[in-house]
Design a protein around this ligand. Structure first.
Ligand code: GDP
Length: 197
């Protein structure tokens, strides 16, 4: 897929204020610093479409971008900030649950995972939430340029093995690097395929 146009549309804290649309949308989420903003900028070929690493405590927003007038890319607020209060965590949870429940056009959530780390509880819990709510998701293992391909593959194999303990069927996964653009074609092709279904 060629990205001809990527337009910022809205920032919201509430799903009912997100664009009213029947166009499909694809949401990106992950722990803070996982490389979500960099990935969104890499996918859209825009240097600063998504703002990198906004600090915790700032309003957490759901950002909608319209791509090629054909689908929405959604930047969801990340989780797992170390120093976030219980109240903010609860607020985040409510906002995300509400979003997941109230976007019938949500085609897929991309859950970003740092390809160098062992499985983190906060990510596994989030996948569990998606599963409970019946939301389709795909894993993206980020920052693959930071270590050898062999290490990345071994880490992913270990990750999937851990998931096997709780999941009957393993989620689809892809690898990405904002530095080398690994994963760009595959992710955009996946979106293009789902859009055509
Ligand atoms: P976010 O908090 O998930 O939006 O993460 P950011 O996109 O802001 O990235 C966090 C940090 O990791 C920044 O310093 C990025 O430059 C760096 N980073 C993100 N993706 C990659 C990647 O694919 N490769 C490398 N080497 N660094 C990355």
């Amino acid at each position: 897929m060629v990205i001809k146009e990527a337009k910022f549309i809205t920032s919201n804290t509430r799903a009912d204020l997100c664009p009213q649309t029947e166009l499909p949308e694809y949401a990106f989420i992950g722990r803070s610093n996982v490389g979500k903003s960099s990935l969104i900028n890499m996918l859209t070929n825009r240097l600063k479409l998504a703002k990198t690493s906004s600090f915790p405590g700032k309003t957490q927003l759901i950002n909608h971008f319209l791509i090629n007038d054909n689908w929405y890319l959604v930047d969801l607020p990340g989780y797992g900030w170390a120093k976030v209060s219980k109240d903010s965590r609860e607020q985040w949870r409510k906002m995300i649950m509400y979003y997941l429940k109230n976007r019938p056009n949500l085609a897929c959530v991309f859950v970003l995972i740092d390809s160098r780390l062992p499985p983190q509880k906060v990510d596994l819990d989030f996948m569990e939430l998606l599963g409970t709510m019946g939301v389709p998701f795909v894993l993206i293992f980020t920052k693959t340029d930071k270590q050898s391909g062999t290490k990345t593959d071994a880490n992913i194999a270990f990750y999937l093995k851990t998931l096997q303990d709780t999941w009957e069927e393993l989620p689809m996964y892809m690898k990405s690097s904002s530095a080398t653009k690994e994963g760009r074609d595959e992710i955009l092709q996946f979106i293009s395929d789902v859009n055509q279904r």
